[in-house]
Design a protein around this ligand. Structure first.
Ligand code: PAF
Length: 282
């Protein structure tokens, strides 16, 4: 399987699939594909006739000092995995193609961006909106699949689709986990053996608090503070660990009925940033 590099060529490929009467499911990725991505391809196959993937490490969503240079790039392996999964086409453009010439326009995100990853990584979601907006305009998929691990991304993209009138249905794929509970991520490759053993601690903390909430716990902040201290003692550096409203992505103190929440955390083990979340529906 060969990567399609140019916008014209991927448009032609998608057009010919459409001329054969196929609907298109799109899975945008940054490559270094793991079982989590493959599960998104399989989910896309349940919602559309053919799957188109993109593999592109988008420089606009990395702030200076983040891991843009180190981010794993494994195009040949990725293409073999796509072929095995029956992906119909892979769009893997270069920076010159995606950002040709000076870019005069940008997209701003309002309050949905204030906390969680948006609060900690300035410019992150603006970069994501820019690239996904471009990709949606190029591929024009019927559905697009994104993983729950990046839940704030999903929520902000939902808003983008609504406000920019993209004619696409977004589907959220559940988090894929290793046997010990660690959420699969391309960045897990940065962990050394000792950090890898510790890493599922974030999920255990989220699970513990989520269970307490299910069982009617009221003082959620106390529970979270306790989990933060435990994680810190084990060597994690906490970016955030909190309960958020799914609608507004802002922290909430209390659970109300008929609402959707997220227990979400971002932590560092050494230089590696790990994120994870559980959805809580009441
Ligand atoms: O979730 C990701 O891998 C990226 O943020 C995405 C959606 C491919 C945009 O670069």
């Amino acid at each position: 399987m060969k990567a399609i590099k140019s916008i014209d060529d991927i448009r032609k490929r998608v057009k010919s699939l459409r001329e054969d009467g196929k609907t298109i499911g799109f899975v945008p990725t940054m490559g270094a594909l793991h079982e989590g991505h493959l599960s998104l391809f399989r989910l896309a196959q349940q919602h559309a006739d053919e799957v188109v993937a993109s593999i592109y490490v988008n420089p606009e969503q990395f702030a200076p000092g983040e891991d843009f240079e180190e981010y794993p790039r494994e195009l040949d392996d990725d293409l073999a995995k796509c072929k095995e999964e029956g992906v119909a086409a892979v769009f893997a453009p270069s920076d010159n193609i995606m950002y040709s010439g000076r870019q005069y326009l940008s997209i701003e995100v309002d309050e949905l961006n204030k906390y969680m990853d948006g609060g900690s990584r300035p410019g992150f979601f603006e970069g994501i909106l820019l690239i996904v907006n471009k990709l949606f305009n190029i591929i024009e998929p019927d559905i697009a699949v994104f993983g729950q691990k990046d839940i704030q991304q999903f929520r902000i993209l939902q808003q983008m689709v609504k406000e920019f009138n993209h004619d696409v249905q977004l589907v959220m794929g559940p988090i894929k986990r290793a046997n010990d509970g660690l959420a699969l991520s391309s960045r897990n490759a940065y962990l050394d053996a000792e950090q890898r053993k510790l890493a599922p601690g974030l999920y255990r903390s989220l699970q513990y608090v989520s269970k307490q909430i299910e069982e009617g716990a009221k003082n959620i902040q106390l529970l979270l503070d306790h989990q933060k201290s435990e994680l810190e003692e084990k060597g994690f550096k906490i970016d955030y660990l909190n309960l958020f409203s799914f609608g507004t992505m802002a922290p909430v103190e209390e659970i109300e009925y008929d609402n959707k929440y997220l227990l979400a955390g971002a932590v560092y083990l050494g230089e590696t940033r790990l994120i994870d979340n559980c959805i809580i529906e009441k």
